[in-house]
Ligand binder design. Structure first.
Ligand SMILES: Cc1cc2nc3c(=O)[nH]c(=O)nc-3n(C[C@H](O)[C@H](O)[C@H](O)COP(=O)(O)OP(=O)(O)OC[C@H]3O[C@@H](n4cnc5c(N)ncnc54)[C@H](O)[C@@H]3O)c2cc1C
Length: 428
């Protein structure tokens, strides 16, 4: 955070991790006035689980039901460290016991249809849930076939590991199975996609593993883009920590991948063909299937929303948050989803009482590790109004390019603190 003191940042941020009902405009004692309105939340990840909890905190009288397909949630944040063998997957796996303790009814099922007129959600089990307000936070799905040859079956050979869980462990297995002198290829998507710095963090932590155990190995990043998040910081770090090990190829220089072949383990770009011993394809993305099936997306593949309330521009009474929403210039991150969820919980409870929503202030902080004791970060603050979402200029910033080893080590510690506090906010 180069341009801003931590205190000023937190003041501007307003609804940071430590915030609760008070910061959102209600005291708990003033709650329970909106009757037992029924709120259904689809998706128990960073956006949905936060929103369900905060709806209950803001108004314990609400009936809040969270529909989540999985019994446990494995976070994408810190999943790169599982791939690099620094952490076990159990340390990034969480359950919904605390959500239930907050008074949220957790239904383990999959939403398969939304009737926006009748205000009903149909579940795979055959059950139907009526709602007064619906919050949709299903995350992303992949554009299978956008890269020729890359479909769900191909992902079993060339994992994406862009949804955490079995894919994380599969990519880890492929990396650990590499021999000294092998090549790892990482295929990075064009914008927008989930977590802009994460492909480059992934390359870094895999480089750390390879340097430790298979130092003659190489990493080739084939990118659809011309530049990437915190590029100068990443590249400085690669030069310092892994000289000659990581090569990044931009789209214009032939990085745009057009097809893959899982039999020959080859990846073809517009210019050349490359063979990898382990290949990680991060395909182009779009809003989660349920959002698309329910007609909540536009031609971009993402969901257009009112910037103040995140209410869908397609269907009244439905709020879309997290990665599925088109909330540019906010990035698609867990911290942003958590931040949006709190503002939307506030907007819903206020509207149910006949009050106008607040103009929100949103925060994003993103830490990336290049080695266990080498962290970098970026922070941004956004404001919303009826006119849209604007980044607050002068708020936030990125780590300085010139910094001591002690500074980078401190940032790595902050990363661990960030993870512990956001997970505590959502799942405990
Ligand atoms: C490798 C990697 C590292 C990352 N690191 C960071 C980081 O350090 N910091 C950060 O802020 N962000 C990070 N992110 C981004 C972060 O993971 C996402 O932005 C965040 O998870 C988005 O939250 P969400 O609620 O939109 O979706 P998710 O958190 O993905 O939650 C969606 C949930 O909805 C459920 N679901 C979907 N459809 C249905 C349905 N029809 N019925 C029932 N349930 C359904 C899914 O099972 C899932 O649990 C990272 C991402 C990756 C890939």
């Amino acid at each position: 955070m180069s341009k801003l003191t931590r205190r000023k940042f937190l003041r501007l941020a307003g609804v940071g991790l430590a915030s609760g009902a008070g910061a959102l405009g209600f005291s708990r004692s003033a709650s329970a006035q909106s009757g037992a309105a029924r709120i259904v939340v689809i998706g128990g990840g960073f956006g949905g689980a936060t929103c369900a909890n905060y709806l209950k905190r803001l108004d314990p009288g609400l009936s809040v039901t969270l529909v989540e397909s999985s019994k446990r949630f494995v976070t994408c944040p810190f999943s790169n460290y599982v791939i690099a063998d620094w952490r076990t997957i159990s340390t990034i796996t969480h359950n919904y016991a605390a959500t239930q303790k907050h008074g949220v009814e957790v239904v383990q099922d999959t939403a398969i249809a939304i009737d926006a007129i009748a205000r009903q959600v149909s579940l795979k089990s055959g059950k139907r849930l009526a709602y007064d307000r619906l919050v949709v936070s299903p995350g992303i799905d992949f554009k299978w076939g956008a890269i020729e040859g890359y479909d769900e079956a191909a992902a079993e050979v060339m994992p994406h590991a862009w949804k955490a869980g079995p894919q994380t462990l599969l990519l880890r297995k492929k990396i650990l199975g590499m021999r000294n002198g092998d090549t790892f290829i990482l295929v990075a998507p064009g914008n927008p996609f989930r977590c802009p710095p994460a492909p480059y963090e992934r390359a870094s932590v895999i480089a750390y593993y390879l340097k430790s155990y298979k130092p003659r190995s190489k990493i080739l990043i084939l990118d659809s883009k011309e530049s990437f998040s915190e590029q100068a910081l990443f590249m400085d770090g690669w030069d310092a920590l892994y000289p000659g090990m990581i090569e990044w190829v931009s789209g214009a220089r032939g990085g745009r991948v057009t097809s893959v072949n899982t039999k020959t383990m080859t990846v073809a770009t517009e210019i050349e063909k490359y063979r990898g011993n382990a290949v990680n394809v991060i395909p182009p993305q779009m809003a989660g299937n349920i959002a698309r099936d329910a007609g909540l997306v536009d031609e971009t593949g993402w969901c257009p929303v009112d910037p103040r309330t995140f209410e869908s521009k397609k269907h009244k009474g439905i709020h879309v948050i997290g990665d599925a929403a088109n909330a540019a210039p906010m990035p698609k991150s867990g911290f942003v989803a958590n931040s949006q969820a709190k503002i939307v919980a506030s907007a819903i409870t206020r509207e149910l009482r006949g009050h106008a929503p607040f103009d929100g202030v949103y925060v994003n902080t993103c830490y990336s590790l290049l080695a266990p004791d080498y962290g970098i970060s970026m922070a941004n603050v956004y404001r919303t109004s009826a006119d849209g979402i604007q980044e607050v200029s002068g708020a936030g910033g990125v780590s300085p390019r010139e910094a001591s080893a002690a500074f980078r080590a401190e940032e790595a510690k902050y990363a661990a603190g960030w993870y512990a506090s956001i997970v505590a906010d959502i799942w405990s």
